[in-house]
Write a protein that binds this ligand. Structure first.
Ligand code: SF4
Ligand code: SF4
Length: 127
């Protein structure tokens, strides 16, 4: 059956405020040295920017609304929406909170996360 434009394609999406269309997730590399850590910390100075880790991959998460989201939370280009939107489906999404393993909101949280990882590595290598 051909879907009408703007109609949620999944029953889980009904009634959702289209949270996934109000955030931009960009794949980034895991910081490999002090400079890259400092750069990431700087990005976290900005209130609309967060970082999350999913399945060992790192992403920058920016609060920003897609220009094709209507006032009533429908995609106005539904039939020609990008592939990335087509592949993003509940329950692996923002509404159900299953799109990340670790969410990092501040420079301090990033330092604490990296420090904890370092301690774990040292513990498991017996240092
Ligand atoms: S994919 Fe998830 S976040 Fe996006 S509209 Fe559907 S339920 Fe909401
Ligand atoms: S193109 Fe449509 S589905 Fe994709 S983010 Fe924008 S409003 Fe959402």
């Amino acid at each position: 059956m051909k879907r009408k434009p703007g109609v949620p394609h999944n029953k889980y999406c009904r009634g959702c405020a289209a949270i996934c269309c109000r955030n931009l997730a960009l794949a980034i590399g895991k910081p490999a040295n002090r400079k890259e850590i400092d750069d990431l910390k700087w990005q976290l100075h900005f209130t609309r920017v967060k970082i999350y880790i999913r399945h060992h991959h790192w992403y920058q998460w920016i609060k920003s609304k897609c220009m094709y989201l209507s006032e009533d939370n429908k995609c106005i280009i539904y039939e020609r929406r990008p592939d990335i939107c087509r592949k993003h489906n509940p329950p692996d999404c923002e509404k159900f909170g299953k799109f990340y393993d670790i969410m990092i909101s501040t420079p301090e949280e990033l330092e604490a996360y990296l420090e904890a990882k370092k301690k774990n590595r040292q513990k498991s290598s017996g240092k």
